[in-house]
Design a protein. Structure first.
Length: 129
């Protein structure tokens, strides 16, 4: 398998980081301290000299107060072609939606079950009279 690297995506990640560092008036050293790296490493990321590691996406997004998903999307574009990133993104979205779906039957079945329980109670009352 051939290694894929996109220097334009690395520059885009760097631009995102630089923009938010400027907005927050945060230094490279501040971000480096939060990530546990040297400030020169942050400079390499910002300039696109080094590719931004995926494991830094979450702490960086938290530190900069930005959407983690957006940053991760651009980080993945450094390592995979857009079509593959889009496929990965779609698979993750479908998984998340599947996790959020109501349990089998959902609210409608729960409501029907409650109505059936009420009917059964009424029938028992009528029989006991």
């Amino acid at each position: 398998m051939t290694s894929y690297q996109n220097p334009h995506a690395a520059l885009r990640v760097g631009q995102i980081i630089e923009t938010h560092l400027t907005r927050l008036e945060m230094s490279y050293r501040d971000l480096a301290d939060r990530l546990g790296v040297k400030d020169t490493k942050i400079i390499y990321f910002v300039t696109g000299r080094h590719y931004f590691p995926v494991q830094f996406a979450r702490p960086t997004a938290d530190a900069l107060g930005i959407d983690q998903g957006e940053l991760i999307h651009f980080v993945l574009l450094q390592y995979f072609p857009r079509a593959e990133v889009d496929a990965i993104w779609e698979a993750i979205a479908m998984h998340v939606l599947g996790q959020q779906a109501p349990s089998e039957g959902g609210a409608e079945d729960e409501e029907k079950e409650a109505q059936n329980t009420k009917r059964k109670k009424r029938k028992k009352r009528k029989k006991s009279r």
